[in-house]
Structures are given as C-alpha cells and as structure tokens.
Design a protein around this ligand. Sequence first.
Ligand SMILES: Nc1ncnc2c1ncn2[C@@H]1O[C@H](COP(=O)(O)OP(=O)(O)OP(=O)(O)O)[C@@H](O)[C@H]1O
Length: 707
Amino acid sequence: MTEDTLMINISSPLTNVHSISSKKGRRLSRQKWTANNTRTGKRKASSGVQAGGSAKRRTISASSRHVKPNSAEREKRAAAPVPKLSAKARTSPQVPGESKEHDRTFIKTSSLFRNNPEIPDVLSPVVTQVTEKVFTGNSFQELELHPHLVATLSKVLNVTSMTSVQKQTIPVLLSGKDAVVRSQTGSGKTLAYGIPLVQSLQAIQPKVKRSDGPLAVVIVPTRELAQQSFQIFQKLLKPFTWIVPGVLMGGEKRKAEKARLRKGINILISTPGRLVDHIKNTLSIAFSAVRWLVLDEADRTLDLGFEKDLTVVLNALNTAGSSRQNVLLSATLTEGLSRLASVSMTTPVYVHVSEAAGSSAEAAEHPRQAAPPAAPQVDSYAVPSRLQQHVVVVPSKLRLVCLAAVILAKCKYERGQKLIVFVSSCEAVEFLLTLLSAVLSDKPAGSHKPQLAFGFFRLHGNMQQQERTEVFQEFSQSQSGVLLCTDVAARGLDLPQVTWIVQYDPPVSAAEYVHRVGRTARIGARGSGLLFLTPSETAYVDVLASHNISLCEMKMEDVLSTLMQDDHFKGRGRWEGKKAGSRELEMRERATVLQTDFENFVHGSPESVQAAKKALQSYVRAYTAYPSALKHVFHIRNLHLGHAAKSFGLRDAPQGLSLAAEGTTKGSRKDIKRCAVGFSAQPARWSVNSQGMCGYRRVESTRGVRA
Ligand SMILES: Nc1ncnc2c1ncn2[C@@H]1O[C@H](COP(=O)(O)OP(=O)(O)OP(=O)(O)O)[C@@H](O)[C@H]1O
C-alpha cells in the first residue's frame, strides 16, 4: 500500500444498474454500457483520513494554484498515525445473482483528500451589480393594440402588466423603427417583439393570406428555442387565425418542411442553418413579402459560426427587395452584434433596459436613437436581482462527489427543486447521466429494484430530434429533477420553476455565464446559481467581476456535508461521537465511500470504462479550447490528468488518451464548437509529467495526439 492509499472496509447492499425513466431511448443508452455492470458487494475505500488529520487549512494566497504539499506538511502526514486496517474484508449481505461480482475484493480508492492543490479563498472584487426593474405598473391596454390581442395576452398568456423591456420596445417597433434590444434574461423579450409583430400583421388590409408567404422571419440559434418561440406565436395568433406561423429547424424532415412552405407560412421561425438549406434548395421559399426580420439571441447566432449563414439569409432578403423592420435582441450585446447591426439596419433605436433603470425616468421613457452604447456598458451584464450567485472551489479529484452532494442536497433532501447542470460535452452528459442515476439511487428494503427519488434528464446536440423535444417537454412539466445538458440549453429556454443552475464545467465567456444562469430567476422569481471552479481556475471570478458579476463563495465542506445525512455512504462510522474534528473526518470518509461507489460502477464493465474515458477525453478537449483571453484561467498545463480522471470515476489517468479531431463526434462539435479549434489544423501531442500534469507540444502528425 502506498503512503497515499489506505483501505477501509465498508459493507452495504449494492445494487444493480437500473433505468430511471420510462423513455425508451434513454433507457437503452444507459443499458448499453451498464448491462454487465453490478456494484460489488464489498466496498473498500481509502479515505485518506488520518486520525489526527484536521482539515487542510485554506490559504489566502490567490497565486497558490496547484500548490504541492511542502516538505514539512509531507513529513507531518507521513508521521501521522494511520488507522488500523482490517486484514479481512467484511462481506455484505449477498444479493442474488451477484456472487461472481463479490469475488472482486480489495479495490483501492486512492485518497481523495491528499495531494490536492490548496484551495485559495475566493476574494470576489466588489462590483456594482447591474440590475433592471422587471415589471412596470403599465398595462398592455395603454398601448394601441387590437382588443383581441390584449384579451389573448391576459387570457391565454396570463400577462397583464408590461415588463420594462416591453414598455420600452413595443412602442418603438409599433412606430416602424429598427431596434437593438438588450435586457436581462427572463425579462420578456419574446413578447417585446412578438406583440408588435402580430399587431402589425393583423392590421394589414386586405387580410394576410397563406399564399403571401413569409411576412416575418424570426431566427433563433437552437431548435428548442425555435419550438418555444413558435408556440408563443401560436398563442398570440389565436384570434387571428388567417396568419399562419411555422417552424423550420435542423433534425426535422426537409420534405415535410418543403410541403409546409409550399402551403404558405406567414411567420417563419427558423434556425439559421436550416433556413439557408431551404433558401438553396426549396423553390417555393420567396421573401418578396417579408416586412420583419428578428434575430433573437443575435450574438449567439454569430458565436456559433452562423455568420456565413446569416449573410446568405440577409442577401436573400435584400435581393427580394422589400423594405423591412429589423430587430436584434439579446441579454448580452457584443461587438459582433453591433457589427451585424451596422450591416443590416438603418438608424436603429437602442433599447438598453439596465441603462434606463440606472438613469432618469425621462431617459427610461425615451430609448436612444442611432447612437450605439458606450463601450463600458457593453461589458456590464445585468442579471436578475433575485438571483443568488455562488461559486465553490473544488479540487479536480473531488468534483464528482461534490456534484453528487449538490444533487442529493437539492433533490433528495429538499422538495420541489429543479436543477440544470451544465457540462461541456455530449459525451460527459451521457456519462454523468448513467453514472449519477445508477449510484445515487436508493434501494428500498425488501426490493431489488433501485429507485431514484427524483428524475434525471439530458439534453445535448447528439440526441435525435424527437428525443430532444420529448425531454424538453418532460423537464418543462416536471416539478423536480436534474437536467444534465450542454450549452444547447443555455440560451433563451424558458423552463418553468428551475431553482438551481449548476455550472459544473465553467462557461467559455461571461456572456455564456449570464445566459446559463439566466435559466433561473426568470420574470422576477428567485433562483440560485453555483459555479464549480478548481483551485487553479479561481481567477475566473475576476473575469466575471470585470463584467460586474459578483459571486458569493460556498465552501466545499458545506457542500459535502450533505453526505452526513445519507447513511448509504456511511463508512465504518469510526469517527462518530469522537473528538473534535470527527465530523469532518467522517464526512471525508463518506465522500470516499461515494467515490468508491462511482469507481466500482465505472470499473464494473469494459463498456463503462470506455464511456468514462470518452467523457474524460471530451472534457480535456473542451479544456484546450477556451478562448485565448481565458487561457490564464483555463490552461491545459494546469490540468492534472490523474485527478481529472478521478472525477470521471476512473482509478488512474488512462493511457493513450486520444485528443484527435477524429474523436470529436458531430454533436459534440456543435455543442462545444470551441473544441474543434486547433485539432485538425495543428494537432498537439499530449504528455503527462511526473506530477501527472498535462502538457502539450505541437506535432506534425495528422493522426492526433496521445497521452
Ligand atoms: N408582461 C409579462 N408579465 C408576466 N410574465 C411575462 C410577461 N412577459 C413575459 N412573461 C413571461 O416571462 C418569461 C420569460 O420571457 P422570455 O422568455 O421572453 O424572456 P427573455 O427576456 O427572452 O429571456 P432570455 O434572455 O433568457 O431569452 C416567460 O415565461 C413569459 O411568458
């Protein structure tokens, strides 16, 4: 046994893998790599707990990233008494059908709590958070809208008073002007453009006919947002049945879409790629009647590399020649968006709600015309005032158990909590879904069927469209549960009653942070966010602060303390009621038990090991692709591959980890566009140094990279 490893013997009934949802697709994907996977009857874990070992002290040194234990500390540890080990493992009650698995004894879990970098205190700079007032005291009746439209707003959409962005935007758009609209997430931007659009189309005489084709084109970055916007138009158009909305998006059958286009769609909602597809291949698409162009989440549409597609769309619209109103909206205006505004718009009105909120009432009444926003304002993002933002600093090795503890705390020990967990790749979403749902399930007494007290859902770009739609609807309607997803769910989605946003893998920019966290605390509701950072990534807090975003630190120990409520993860209970510090020691032991469960599960079958490796590979690949402006925070050389492997339930850093471009699947490319950068053109060779840290150098090989 190494200095770093000790064995404890934990016996608890272990369960078979189970499915967590009635959905066939999800069940199948889980069963794929879990069919042979049973958890061992004996769990042997190394807790790394020393009898006299108090919690590692935090230091305030922000520069101490990946600090190795100094020699004095190492000596102290070496000298510390090591708990006596049981020579023989206790066996757990045998579950029928698990006898073979029980032969797998003496599995070691190397210490979770040793050799971690020290956790610096997070000193979030003091910033003045930009806030916006969500509601105004003004009702829609004050506007000159069709009475049926006002009635629909209150009866069908259940809205009566205007939000700030609606109060400022609707009159501008009703007057026929172009607008660039920025207001915080969940503030009602969809209706801010939807209401004037419907008001203007219903007033056209003679009445609009299907055969007129598109009168309005609404472009959104994701399929789910396209569906969501389409549904809102369906509701708004209830009294105006002669106006037909329609949606076009990737993943749907082109032939069916062509048929609908032929029949006639008046309000066309589409993702950019699919619209370009139809512009190129569908004869019946004609833009001569278009009067409105709306780019919702316009900065994201550019981010995703759709700039080319947008150029095709704009050219097609411009060639058709009709004059039209242009509207760009986003909670995060960027330079790219302003550039686009100057390309496609004439003297737009800039509606910036946060500016107005902080300035005089008169300014609030009169949005600025034509002048683009001043530079500092562009970088200050407003976030909902009832959003509580937290950050937790967790060493790589402990990430997985901390995530599990957060999920248990919210979903098992509290009621009615709905979480969204953002991770960086499709592979990691799939892997975590299977792992967490298997390991965090309960097995009620007298039953061999594991049960989850809450549902897990997943959403990423590698899923079939039908399943994406089903999951989106299911999670929307669910009262509680956890949605594991990539950034496909970061923008625009209005999922009701989401209470927590967990950013397990940090986002690629402050703007993406704002959009992700904006899936909660919508339209004046409360909500919370938790950002996971490793000790080497704490400078990200300063990056966010430069955009006026302030986070409050949550201590890792507080997160892990949930495990004290869950006797599934009870070790031998050696620390119970003993001297001071015993609670922390027991908590560490429980964390180790949980990690051992994860590792046993992963190493229970070659398929699951493979899935873990694939997920780790995609994580590392995503890590290499943070933009250069964030390399001082997220640099691959700061990533400890062995520690990162632990957070995927792997006992060691895998050999031959391929980071080649060919390993990137179609879906993950879409979801983590950043990951494609640099691999195919200039492959790098990865290596792990004696401390297990990653490094890379450029190589000529086109076959990619190996650790
Ligand atoms: N005037 C209103 N009164 C009450 N609820 C409203 C009002 N306007 C919109 N809402 C509701 O607020 C929620 C958020 O609206 P919406 O999705 O349009 O926000 P958003 O500003 O576009 O957010 P994001 O920036 O995240 O896309 C929706 O559920 C919508 O029905």
